[in-house]
Design a protein around this ligand. Structure first.
Ligand code: ATP
Ligand code: MG
Length: 249
């Protein structure tokens, strides 16, 4: 294990990078996952490594969608599992969602390693290994999902989904919540709710908003109003402005 002094100005970023490295060593994260991480870091740097106000609003909207959902599912890939497994389990508990492993480069070994890793972090049931459902419109291997998981979900959280699958999932009439640091990525562009933030901040933030809304006794009508007020295009524009100006939007 490496030691990073907490006083280091890039402490969080280095810690995050180290978790991805460990994920690769444990067979949880793919080597392509390292490249995705590098891309994310660049955008996070430009955003000031913080949750911008529009991303916080998107996270609150995501929480409202999840509380309204009949069957919410949180999709987990190798980067998500390496970076925030406990936070995913906590979010699932906060909104009563299922967790499904969903990989772009699917191997049985990695599927099992990720499911075990999530169970080590407190998950009870982990879906994704049955793979008896398909997302229409994409090639066979990449289309596999659980029929009683993502296949029949009405709201899906797909942190770090690839553009093709994000598009195909959106076409299935699901509410799609995407976490992606790049507001110009297709995944962010096709989302019902794009959250332009690092997953290590966004996932616990959605859970905190869900608990706040629940504790405040928010009614269905109030949750629906939060959902209706949200403007995805405006959220993406705000994120792009924050990146370009380096200020608060
Ligand atoms: P497109 O969506 O346009 O098809 P892509 O999916 O091909 O782009 P990838 O490199 O496959 O691009 O995906 C990685 C995406 O995940 C990037 O947009 C990157 O910003 C984002 N990303 C990586 N790490 C994180 C993270 N920790 N938190 C949030 N987003 C991240
Ligand atoms: Mg993408």
């Amino acid at each position: 294990d490496i030691e990073i002094p907490e006083s280091h100005p890039r402490y969080q970023s280095l810690l995050t990078r180290h978790r991805i490295e460990e994920g690769v060593e444990k067979g949880i994260t793919s080597r392509q996952g390292l490249i995705a991480q590098g891309r994310g870091e660049a955008f996070d740097y430009l955003l000031g490594e913080r949750t911008i106000p529009s991303a916080d609003e998107a996270a609150r909207t995501a929480a409202a969608h999840l509380l309204l959902a009949d069957q919410p599912v949180i999709s987990v890939n190798g980067n998500v599992a390496a970076l925030c497994p406990g936070e995913i389990v906590d979010l699932a508990a906060a909104v009563d969602a299922d967790i499904e492993v969903n990989l772009f480069n699917r191997t049985d070994e990695r599927m099992r390693a990720i499911a075990d890793h999530l169970r080590d972090h407190g998950a009870n049931e982990v879906k994704g290994l049955t793979a008896d459902g398909r997302i229409p419109g994409i090639d066979h291997e990449r289309a596999k999902v659980d029929a009683d998981g993502i296949g029949s979900a009405d709201v899906v959280v797909v942190p770090l989904e690839d553009g093709d699958r994000a598009e195909a999932l959106g076409a299935m009439d699901k509410v799609e919540i995407v976490v992606d640091l790049n507001p110009m990525s297709r995944s962010a562009q096709v989302a019902t709710v794009p959250i332009v933030d690092n997953i290590v901040r966004a996932v616990p933030n959605i859970a905190a908003h869900a608990r706040d809304l629940r504790d405040a006794g928010a009614t269905r009508e109030e949750l629906e109003a939060i959902v209706a007020e949200f403007d995805a295009a405006e959220a993406l524009e705000a994120a792009e402005r924050a990146i370009r100006s380096g200020s608060d939007e």
